[in-house]
Design a protein around this ligand. Structure first.
Ligand code: AP5
Length: 223
């Protein structure tokens, strides 16, 4: 099963993708994570992306569609994929169709996390992640069970993103409204969009997503 998680910055896409990786063995393809890895490694892609990301703007369509295509080439076609933060423009949505079809894949669901943007600034500015495994935490909503130790891998190193400041978050939200929200009708026309209340607590959001995915498995014709 291949799905897109869609929603503005801080909606919970990464949090829910991690849950699906753990619970269903799906693979998370986060263009944000891949670009941050490229920036850290100082690759040509990273050098091009760094300033754009720090300003909260969108990296070019060619770059992100290129890295998605390469990442899919490393996976067998029966591995379920969660697209987290991609596509973000109409051109990326068109590229994704081509990328999937060239690899014999189909898009099954687009799940939109509906959120109140005013609450997202607090979510994002309080966010931190494990520097080792990437597990996400929050100063108010999700602290490690034992202070200073990652629940998932036991690491004691944590980090915060350079673009998680209020000014950049506002630019990222404006980019979402202007360029990403308008792609939803493409998927609505195909009847594959489901909406989940992203303001509910994390466990409720996870179970709402699980029920969308499970219902569609039960609805499939049996061989
Ligand atoms: P990216 O890394 O994709 O960032 P984003 O879309 O801005 O999304 P975030 O990662 O900030 O939020 P999220 O929805 O994953 O929320 P999370 O689960 O972490 O992109 C960064 C940059 O890279 C872009 O600005 C752009 O420059 C570039 N880029 C990336 N992809 C691109 C593309 N396709 N095209 C062009 N450029 C691209 O949750 C946030 C916090 O809230 C966490 O602390 C979490 O613990 C907490 N939280 C989550 N859910 C809940 C809940 N239900 N209740 C309470 N707290 C919650």
């Amino acid at each position: 099963m291949n799905i897109i998680l869609l929603g503005p910055p801080g909606a919970g896409k990464g949090t829910q993708a991690t849950q699906l990786v753990d619970s269903r063995g799906m693979v998370q393809l986060s263009t944000g994570d891949m670009l941050r890895a490229a920036v850290k490694a100082g690759t040509p892609t990273g050098l091009k992306a760094k300033a754009v990301m720090e300003a909260g703007q969108l990296v070019s369509d060619d770059i992100v569609s290129g890295i998605i295509g390469e990442a899919l080439d490393d996976l067998s076609t029966d591995t379920g994929v969660i697209f987290d933060g991609y596509p973000r423009t109409a051109a990326q949505a068109e590229s994704l169709d081509e990328i999937l079809s060239a690899r014999g894949r189909t898009l099954h669901h687009v799940i939109e996390l509906e959120v109140n943007e005013d609450a997202l600034v607090e979510r994002i500015t309080g966010r931190f992640t494990c520097a080792s495994c990437g597990e996400g935490y929050h100063d108010s909503f999700k602290l490690p069970k034992v202070a200073g130790i990652c629940d998932r891998c036991g690491s004691t190193e944590f980090k915060r993103r350079p673009d998680d400041n209020e000014e950049t978050v506002r630019t990222r939200m404006a980019e979402y409204r202007a360029k990403t929200a308008p792609i939803l009708p493409i998927y609505e026309a195909r009847g594959i969009v489901s909406r989940v209340d992203g303001m509910a607590d994390m466990a409720h959001v996870s179970s709402a997503i699980a029920s969308i995915l499970d219902t569609s498995i039960l609805d499939r014709p049996q061989a």
